[in-house]
Design a protein around this ligand. Structure first.
Ligand SMILES: NC(=O)c1ccc[n+]([C@@H]2O[C@H](COP(=O)([O-])OP(=O)(O)OC[C@H]3O[C@@H](n4cnc5c(N)ncnc54)[C@H](OP(=O)(O)O)[C@@H]3O)[C@@H](O)[C@H]2O)c1
Length: 267
């Protein structure tokens, strides 16, 4: 019961991975703050969490794209909860189009939600974590945060940017000998609604399920493995099926990786 009575804030908690993490944590008695844009869906997740062991589950509507509003939201959360033990930056949006057909407005939207929103929330919470000399920032990145694939140019860039930012922040915390932990979790294909919500080049959602996600890992299994990684304070983990080998092929055989990825039909 490592997570019992820890206060854990999860973004993107209305669906998929975030919802599965909320339920898994409520089964261990964590106190939860659930965020996304959709209050109704968050309340449904809250009610399910309260049917397990969580004694407190609070819904905080938050739009990562409106990142300038995040400092005020953090202020009000800290008035209510005093401190946050673990922040799980999970909310995000994907892409399903080639770079040449993706408008700059869509590029900006993906960067704002996945990168700016995530760092705005993490940076707003950091002073309080430093004050209490404890805190764990978890970032749900992606395997495409480690390598690029067709149809994901900006999505991949937004996840690569998270690695650059949070690796640097971890080094700063280590240099200052602070007990602030940072875990980058890189999912492969997980069977959620991500592909329905993924943006086409014109900004419309794809609105269909990709075969790779349909055959992917369940969010419940993913959540269990992620909680293990958080407990162990892992710096970076890859969670998925065979697709995780892509990370090692890219790392050790970069030319082979380029040849393979240009032939693979990515959906
Ligand atoms: N599923 C996969 O195969 C896969 C693979 C690699 C990485 N990931 C990453 O895993 C994370 C969760 O995705 P998922 O697979 O669970 O997809 P999902 O079912 O589509 O869930 C995405 C979550 O993000 C929230 N969200 C989207 N835009 C937001 C915004 N502007 N502000 C606040 N919240 C927002 C959504 O809530 P609202 O719509 O209510 O705002 C939803 O709760 C993402 O960061 C994604 O990049 C997923």
């Amino acid at each position: 019961m490592f997570f019992k009575d820890k206060t854990i804030w999860i973004t993107g908690a209305s669906s998929g991975i975030g919802k599965a993490l909320a339920i898994a944590l409520s089964q261990q008695g964590a106190k939860l703050i659930l965020s996304s844009r959709n209050q109704g869906k968050l309340e449904e997740v809250r009610d399910e969490c309260l049917s397990y062991l969580s004694t407190e589950v609070y819904v905080q509507v938050l739009d990562l794209e409106q990142y300038h509003l995040i400092p005020k939201i953090v202020e009000s959360i800290l008035q209510r909860f005093l401190k946050i033990d673990i922040l799980i930056n999970n909310g995000g949006i994907s892409q399903r189009d080639v770079a040449k057909n993706t408008s700059l407005a869509v590029d900006k939207r993906i960067m704002d939600i996945n990168f700016m929103g995530t760092i705005a929330l993490s940076k707003s919470l950091l002073p309080s974590m430093l004050k209490f000399q404890l805190g764990h920032i978890v970032v749900i990145s992606s395997l495409v945060g480690k390598f690029g694939t067709p149809l994901r140019s900006t999505y991949s860039a937004s996840k690569h940017a998270l690695h650059g930012f949070f690796d640097s922040l971890r080094a700063e915390m280590d240099q200052e000998d602070k007990d602030i932990y940072i875990s980058l979790i890189c999912p492969g294909y997980i069977n959620t609604r991500i592909t329905y919500n993924a943006l086409l080049g014109n900004g419309a959602p794809q609105d269909s399920l990709d075969e790779a996600q349909a055959n992917g890992m369940s969010p419940e299994v993913f959540a269990k493995k992620t909680l293990w990684a958080i407990r162990k304070k892992k710096k970076e983990v890859y969670i998925g099926k065979r697709e995780i080998f892509g990370v090692y092929i890219k790392r050790f055989f970069p030319n082979l990786f380029s040849k393979l990825i240009s032939k693979v039909k990515v959906t």
